[in-house]
Design a protein around this ligand. Structure first.
Ligand code: ZN
Length: 108
Protein backbone atom coordinates (compact mmCIF):
# COMPACT_ATOMS: atom_id res chain seq x y z
CA UNK A 1 0.00 0.00 0.00
CA UNK A 2 1.66 3.17 -1.17
CA UNK A 3 -0.48 5.30 1.14
CA UNK A 4 1.14 3.88 4.24
CA UNK A 5 4.60 5.25 3.50
CA UNK A 6 5.38 8.23 5.73
CA UNK A 7 7.43 11.12 4.41
CA UNK A 8 8.13 14.51 5.97
CA UNK A 9 6.28 17.58 4.70
CA UNK A 10 8.79 20.14 3.41
CA UNK A 11 6.87 23.01 4.93
CA UNK A 12 5.88 21.91 8.45
CA UNK A 13 8.15 18.88 8.83
CA UNK A 14 5.32 16.61 9.95
CA UNK A 15 5.46 12.94 8.93
CA UNK A 16 2.52 12.39 6.64
CA UNK A 17 1.31 9.64 4.34
CA UNK A 18 2.97 9.97 0.97
CA UNK A 19 -0.43 9.80 -0.74
CA UNK A 20 -1.34 13.05 1.05
CA UNK A 21 1.74 14.90 -0.18
CA UNK A 22 1.87 17.01 -3.34
CA UNK A 23 4.83 19.21 -4.28
CA UNK A 24 6.47 18.14 -1.02
CA UNK A 25 3.68 19.58 1.10
CA UNK A 26 1.04 17.94 3.25
CA UNK A 27 -2.61 18.71 2.69
CA UNK A 28 -2.84 21.05 5.68
CA UNK A 29 0.04 23.12 4.36
CA UNK A 30 -1.37 23.18 0.83
CA UNK A 31 -4.67 24.48 2.19
CA UNK A 32 -2.87 27.07 4.29
CA UNK A 33 -0.75 28.30 1.40
CA UNK A 34 -3.77 28.39 -0.90
CA UNK A 35 -5.70 30.48 1.61
CA UNK A 36 -2.94 32.94 2.49
CA UNK A 37 -4.08 35.58 0.05
CA UNK A 38 -7.75 35.25 0.92
CA UNK A 39 -6.99 35.32 4.61
CA UNK A 40 -5.09 38.60 4.19
CA UNK A 41 -8.03 39.99 2.25
CA UNK A 42 -10.43 38.80 4.95
CA UNK A 43 -8.36 40.46 7.68
CA UNK A 44 -8.23 43.71 5.72
CA UNK A 45 -12.01 43.74 5.26
CA UNK A 46 -12.61 42.79 8.87
CA UNK A 47 -10.54 45.75 10.08
CA UNK A 48 -12.31 48.00 7.62
CA UNK A 49 -15.68 46.93 9.00
CA UNK A 50 -14.51 47.62 12.54
CA UNK A 51 -13.38 51.08 11.49
CA UNK A 52 -16.75 51.75 9.86
CA UNK A 53 -18.62 50.54 12.90
CA UNK A 54 -16.45 52.62 15.21
CA UNK A 55 -17.39 55.67 13.20
CA UNK A 56 -21.05 54.65 13.19
CA UNK A 57 -20.97 54.25 9.40
CA UNK A 58 -22.93 51.66 7.48
CA UNK A 59 -20.75 48.55 7.25
CA UNK A 60 -23.24 46.43 5.34
CA UNK A 61 -21.35 46.44 2.03
CA UNK A 62 -18.14 45.47 3.80
CA UNK A 63 -20.03 42.64 5.47
CA UNK A 64 -21.06 41.40 2.04
CA UNK A 65 -17.45 41.53 0.85
CA UNK A 66 -16.41 39.51 3.90
CA UNK A 67 -19.07 36.89 3.12
CA UNK A 68 -17.86 36.72 -0.48
CA UNK A 69 -14.27 36.22 0.67
CA UNK A 70 -15.42 33.41 2.95
CA UNK A 71 -17.22 31.79 0.00
CA UNK A 72 -14.01 31.93 -2.00
CA UNK A 73 -12.11 30.34 0.90
CA UNK A 74 -14.68 27.53 0.95
CA UNK A 75 -14.32 27.05 -2.80
CA UNK A 76 -10.56 26.87 -2.65
CA UNK A 77 -10.71 24.32 0.16
CA UNK A 78 -13.17 22.19 -1.80
CA UNK A 79 -10.75 22.18 -4.75
CA UNK A 80 -7.95 20.86 -2.55
CA UNK A 81 -9.79 18.55 -0.17
CA UNK A 82 -11.80 15.88 -1.95
CA UNK A 83 -13.23 14.41 1.24
CA UNK A 84 -16.25 16.49 2.14
CA UNK A 85 -16.09 16.01 5.89
CA UNK A 86 -12.44 17.01 5.89
CA UNK A 87 -13.20 19.99 3.70
CA UNK A 88 -15.84 21.18 6.16
CA UNK A 89 -13.39 20.80 9.03
CA UNK A 90 -10.71 22.73 7.15
CA UNK A 91 -13.15 25.51 6.42
CA UNK A 92 -14.34 25.66 10.01
CA UNK A 93 -10.73 26.03 11.20
CA UNK A 94 -9.88 28.60 8.53
CA UNK A 95 -12.89 30.75 9.37
CA UNK A 96 -12.26 30.46 13.07
CA UNK A 97 -8.71 31.68 12.51
CA UNK A 98 -9.75 34.41 10.12
CA UNK A 99 -12.50 35.75 12.34
CA UNK A 100 -10.37 35.43 15.45
CA UNK A 101 -7.32 37.04 13.85
CA UNK A 102 -8.43 40.49 14.91
CA UNK A 103 -7.52 39.62 18.48
CA UNK A 104 -3.95 39.00 17.44
CA UNK A 105 -3.54 42.33 15.77
CA UNK A 106 -1.41 44.51 17.96
CA UNK A 107 -2.30 48.14 18.03
CA UNK A 108 0.89 50.11 17.75
ZN1 ZN B 1 2.86 20.41 6.17
Amino acid sequence: MTGSILIPCHRCGRQVQSSQVRDGRCLDCRVEVALEELRAEHARLWRKRERYRAKGANAESVGRQIAKTEDRMAERIRELVPNQEEAVEHLRKALEQARGARYDIRRS
